[in-house]
Design a protein around this ligand. Structure first.
Ligand code: 6PG
Length: 506
């Protein structure tokens, strides 16, 4: 019984998290239903260690063996696919004799409501805890962003482990402190792991992270398509633009990898790889969950939702090919070099403003959900743990953290003086960019929805007055009046408009 942590599920994320734990001095007992994965991680750890010191990872061939190697009370981390596999493992652990004060941490992309249900379901058997993980393979290995939630007592026991393996940030610059050397973890800086709240909160926040990730990715893709189609630039030229943008306010991991994708040549054809990748987007569901949740709680998140729909319409490849021969749009005009340069400059501002709106929507959604579920979310802290390790890490998250530090009750990121000023300065370029894309017939659903979000949010009187009139006309659904106390409802007898408007009781 000399292992500190048990690890179950040695897929890409699990194997890398296990090596990360070992790098940070934890002895890990690991298990996977596929014995070859256990063998592979033992071999990898031995190769990385490279000397005859004691192995830090021990392989197990059953749940019982795993428990037998762990110090009590047990701490077990799961990295198995979301859904039934989580319950499958939990039930095996119960059969293997897990105890009431043992902790099981789910790190998958679980649906937050499933986590709430699991906490209740397993409470007499063990403590079910979750930590959502972002950062992909490299993040898991050298420092992911972690969004833990559940029993606060369990958190006090888990905190040292999770903060050790998390990504680290320079608190002053907000930039990641990175090491990619096995066995040499980063030990200084602020860890990208903070207790998010009671069960469900962490996975909800990760779900919104992924919704923002969808929007961020789609916005970059739209900028690419505008440059590719309207400005007739090559993949390599666009990569150069992305590299330049990555040095400024748009600096982010997604911008960096987009440039790398565009620079990649297909070894088979010699063409840019992006030109031979089929334009059909996959999705595993977290963006969709975010969109569904936004609709359910009534929080406007149209850029996130548009990004999900953009993936849906990309899936209709055969139909789109057919439609492209029947449905006509405008001719794309050829621009001279000056006009092209101007368009690229405007696009940078358009991307930045749209990005602000996507994040504003994500944070607004979290705030609305937090009220509904009584989670005490700290938005500044959430922005801080997204500065490194995760897929949406970006320099810009430092400004978001700052915005919530300046005003923890900030209703919307757009109302923060810094962001409000940025959009004021850049909005004419944003509008022009979208207008040009529209005139050229190039779809940019996420950028357009971001601009509509901005314009709707800043409009004091929306046409919902007419809408309420329509609803009252056909269905007596009532309306409120601007000259009467809020909440008081009225109905007009539309076939006898002279009759007094009847105040309807609440
Ligand atoms: C992360 C990613 C990760 C995963 C997405 C991919 O934060 O590390 O978001 O969770 O890559 O789930 O999602 P799609 O397959 O839906 O694009």
């Amino acid at each position: 019984k000399n292992c500190d942590v048990g690890f179950i599920g040695l897929g890409v994320m699990g194997a890398n998290l296990t090596l990360n734990l070992a790098d940070n001095g934890y002895r890990v007992a690991c298990f996977d239903l596929d014995q070859s994965k256990v063998d592979a991680i033992l071999a990898k750890e031995a190769a990385e260690r490279g000397d005859d010191s004691t192995p830090r990872i021990e392989g197990c061939s059953s749940y019982t063996e795993l428990l037998s190697k762990l110090k009590a009370p047990h701490l077990i981390i799961l990295s198995v696919p979301a859904g039934d596999p989580v319950d499958h493992v939990c039930n095996h652990l119960i059969d293997a004799g897990i105890k009431a004060d043992d902790i099981v941490i789910d790190t998958g992309n679980s649906l937050w409501t499933d986590s709430v249900q699991r906490e209740e379901q397993y409470k007499s058997k063990f403590i079910f805890f979750t930590t959502a993980v972002s950062g992909g393979e490299v993040g898991a290995r050298f420092g992911p962003s972690l969004m833990p939630s559940g029993n606060p007592y369990a958190w006090t026991r888990i905190e040292p482990v999770l903060t050790a393996i998390a990504a680290k940030v320079d608190p002053v610059t907000g930039k990641p402190i990175e090491s990619r050397t096995p066995g040499q973890p980063v030990t200084e800086g602020e860890p990208c792991a903070t207790y998010i709240g009671t069960m469900g909160a962490g996975h909800y926040v990760k779900m919104v992270h992924n919704g923002i990730e969808y929007a961020d990715m789609q916005l970059i893709c739209e900028a690419y398509q505008i440059m590719r189609t309207s400005l007739r630039m090559s993949a390599a030229e666009i990569a150069k633009v992305f590299r330049r943008w990555n040095e400024g306010k748009l600096n982010s991991y997604l911008m960096e990898i987009s440039a790398e994708v565009l620079e990649q040549t297909d070894p088979d054809t010699g063409m840019p790889l992006v030109d031979v990748i089929l334009d059909k987007a996959g999705q595993k569901g977290t963006g969709l969950w975010t969109a569904v949740s936004a609709l359910q709680v009534g929080s406007p998140a149209q850029t996130i939702t548009s990004a999900v729909f953009a993936r849906s319409i990309s899936g209709l490849k055969e139909e789109r090919v057919k439609a492209s021969e029947i449905l006509h749009g405008p001719e794309v005009q050829t621009l001279d070099d000056d006009a092209k340069m101007k368009a690229v400059h405007q696009l940078e501002q358009a991307l930045y403003c749209s990005k602000i709106c996507a994040y504003a929507q994500g944070f607004q959604l979290m705030a609305t959900a937090a009220k509904e579920h009584e989670w005490d979310l700290e938005f500044g802290e959430i922005a801080k743990i997204w500065r490194a390790g995760c897929i949406i890490r970006a320099v810009f998250l430092q400004s978001i953290a700052q915005a919530y530090e300046n005003n923890e009750d900030l209703e919307n990121l757009l109302l923060d003086p810094f962001f409000a000023d940025q959009i004021t300065q850049m909005q004419s370029d944003w509008r022009e960019s979208i207008a040009q894309a529209t005139l050229a017939g190039i779809p940019c659903p996420a950028m357009m929805s971001a601009l509509s979000y901005y314009d709707s949010y800043r409009t004091a009187v929306l046409p919902a007055n007419l809408l309420q009139g329509q609803r009252d006309y056909f269905g007596a659904h009532t309306y409120q009046r601007i000259d009467k106390p809020a909440g008081k409802k009225f109905h007009l007898d539309w076939s006898h408009p002279d009759r007094p408007q009847v105040a309807v009781k609440k």
